[in-house]
Each structure stands twice: as C-alpha cells, then as structure tokens.
Design a protein around this ligand. Structure first.
Ligand code: SF4
Ligand code: SF4
Length: 197
C-alpha cells in the first residue's frame, strides 16, 4: 500500500514518515531552518486541535468530502512551497517498491542489490525503507531531490491530499500534520469550509 509508506520510523520527532517535492517556486524565499522552526512551533500548539477535527471527519464524513478535498488541494499548493520546506525528505522515509528500485538503480547505474545494500533496510512488514534521514538524495542546500525524475512513487504522491476516498486516508493525515505544512494547510482549509457549508 503505497501511502502507508508513510509509516514513520525515525525522525526528528521520534516518529517517522516519507514524502516528495513540488517544482513550484516561491516568490518570497524563507530559509529552511527558519521555516521549519516556525512550523514546529505552530504544530506544537495546533496539533491536537487538527487531529480532533480529523477524527470528527473520520467518524462522520461529509457527503462531499472528496469534492472538498480536490478543491482545497488546488488552494493549498498556491500557498505552500515544498522547496522552502523539504521536511518530509528530512524526517521521513519513503517505501521503495520493486518498480522504484528497478527505476532508480538503473538511473544510478547500480544493481538493485547494491542500491539496497548502500542505503536501505527491510522493515518488519518486508518493505524497503531508507536507513537514515535526511534522505540521501536530498540536496540540503537547495531542498531539491537529486533523483526527482525517477523518485519513489511514494514521494511523488506525498502528502496524498486527494487520495480517494479521503476518509480512508484520514489516519495518514493525522500522522502527517506533525511533519507536513501542506497537510496542516489542507486541514485548516477543510475546517473553514465545513464550518461554512
Ligand atoms: S510541504 Fe509537505 S510535502 Fe511539501 S516538502 Fe514540506 S513536508 Fe514535504
Ligand atoms: S527520493 Fe527525493 S523526494 Fe524522495 S525522500 Fe528522497 S529526496 Fe525526497
């Protein structure tokens, strides 16, 4: 299950998770350290409130939840710029499927076994994950992914804001509010929308 790839395993906050990059460019660039410190402070205050809201939605989903999710997703990416953040690549790990392993190791001109040996470990569920964070492919100066064109599907889909049915992914969003500003923005917009409909 692709998004479950987001099962945290280590991390800054002692909880794990994966992710991806948007190619969007920010017009007001804020240094990553400042951006992430600000986010950490915010989430410390807001985390419980956001998770309580998600639990309510999970228990009693609005009929138009998936329609709302599509609408909100577009708004989120006008405001959130992954190149200012890269938190998912810093504190989470993607799950590498066989197709990912084949594509990335070919790109790097390595064998799959050499790739695994160099960077990955197999978790209890038998999934291949990064051994350490930040991800070895993250350029820490630019926040860009060095294998962007062939990155894991997990990374490409993160943070799964439009996964259908959304209600089945709420448990993932509940975890991701800890790490992902885009997820937090989505939840806040969802709170406003549901309050106003
Ligand atoms: S906003 Fe979310 S998806 Fe984008 S880089 Fe940050 S943690 Fe990753
Ligand atoms: S492969 Fe790229 S997108 Fe995925 S976690 Fe690593 S740096 Fe981020």
């Amino acid at each position: 299950m692709p998004y479950s790839l987001f099962l945290l395993r280590y991390s800054l906050f002692n909880i794990p998770f994966p992710f991806l990059h948007s190619e969007s460019k920010s017009t007001n660039f804020v240094p990553t350290s400042h951006y992430l410190k600000k986010f950490a402070k915010k989430i410390e205050i807001d985390r419980s409130r956001l998770r309580r809201f998600l639990t309510k939605v999970e228990n009693n989903p609005p009929t138009l939840l998936d329609v709302y999710a599509d609408q909100i997703d577009k708004e989120v990416w006008k405001e959130v710029h992954c190149l200012e953040c890269s938190n998912c690549c810093r504190v989470m790990t993607p799950t590498f499927t066989f197709q990912d392993l084949k594509r990335i190791s070919t790109h790097l001109r390595m064998s799959i076994s050499a790739f695994k040996e160099k960077w990955l470990y197999k978790n209890k569920e038998g999934e291949w994950m990064n051994r350490s964070q930040p991800c070895q492919f993250l350029d820490l100066k630019t926040n860009m992914c060095n294998i962007y064109a062939v990155r894991p599907a997990d990374c490409a889909g993160f943070p799964h804001l439009t996964k259908k049915k959304m209600v089945e992914y709420i448990h993932v969003h509940k975890q991701n509010v800890q790490y992902c500003p885009a997820t937090v923005t989505m939840v806040e917009k969802m709170m406003n929308l549901i309050k106003n409909v």
